[in-house]
Design a binder for this molecule. Structure first.
Ligand code: FPP
Length: 264
């Protein structure tokens, strides 16, 4: 019997999973298809993973769908990705409503084409009361860009006398990030084997467990996600403490609470 045959323990599931969806191009190349076909198949993985996370009971799922650097890809690929995104938002709205999924977005979304932005705003608005799970799309997203935008907004508050420099704590800073109000990711999954963070959630992944799989994103489906969740549940998260400290439930609980407070 492999570990995936055992049920996952609901009390130690990650609250927030973040994913770097990599390998669409290589999936297509292996099959002598064009890269856009790889992205199209990648959308099928997105559908399967969103459904699986909702069924498993994950509260927040953040997907790296388009980075600030992705704007530099050939114009045809950028426009195909934008079209796929728009089609995805339009086709998934009814399922999001049925399954109680709230859609949110992080990143410099003002750079998105107007038609995509309109659909994005509409789906965010229509799903805003849903309580089942948050699907958070990172779009035109870069971790450094997000941190710089937060610093600029903090500077404006200081300049206008609404904030004193000594009041800027880690908690205050994280309230200026696009992810304010969300718990930090407990688990970061990257597909297709690269050992890189690629400018994703640089502040927020400070204590995330990282899992890199060789599987290309279009082949990444719920069975593998469940295997990774079993692996996650076997790991011991220590947040810089010793294993003994974390196992003493009073100290461990206190440390986790303090970290959550620090991070908004
Ligand atoms: C990386 O693969 C993937 C992307 C840049 C885009 C991810 C987009 C999708 C999965 C589809 C659209 C998303 C949604 C939410 C509808 P790559 O092209 O860098 O692959 P490679 O490294 O093999 O070339």
């Amino acid at each position: 019997m492999n570990s995936s045959s055992f049920p996952l323990r609901p009390e130690s599931l990650p609250r927030h999973i973040a994913m770097i969806m990599d390998g669409n191009g290589r999936w297509a190349k292996k099959r002598a298809l064009n890269r856009i076909r790889g992205h199209r198949e990648g959308v099928e993985s997105v559908r399967d993973i969103v459904r699986a996370c909702r069924e498993i009971g994950i509260e927040f799922l953040t997907l790296y769908a388009f980075s600030t650097e992705n704007w530099l890809r050939p114009a045809l690929e950028v426009s195909a990705l934008m079209r796929l995104l728009k089609e995805f938002l339009e086709s998934e709205l009814s399922e999001m409503m049925e399954n109680g999924i709230r859609l949110t977005a992080i990143g410099d979304i003002g750079r998105l084409p107007e038609d995509v932005l309109n659909v994005l705003h509409e789906v965010m608005e229509r799903t805003r009361e849903n309580q089942g799970m948050v699907l958070n799309l990172a779009l035109s997203y870069g971790g450094r860009d997000e941190i710089v935008r937060a610093a600029q907004n903090i500077a404006i508050q200081v300049k206008e006398g609404r904030l004193h420099p000594e009041e800027i704590s880690k908690e205050v800073f994280s309230n200026y990030l696009d992810t304010h109000g969300m718990p930090e990711p407990d688990l970061l999954i990257r597909t297709s084997g690269e050992m890189r963070i690629s400018n994703f959630l640089l502040w927020q992944i400070a204590y995330a467990e990282i899992f890199v799989t060789q599987t290309l994103w279009p082949e990444f489906r719920r069975e593998e996600l469940i295997r990774i969740l079993h692996d996650y549940q076997d790991r011991e998260r220590r947040f810089g403490m010793t294993g003994d400290q974390m196992r003493k439930s009073s100290t461990g609980g206190e440390i986790k609470k303090r970290l959550q407070k620090d991070n908004g």
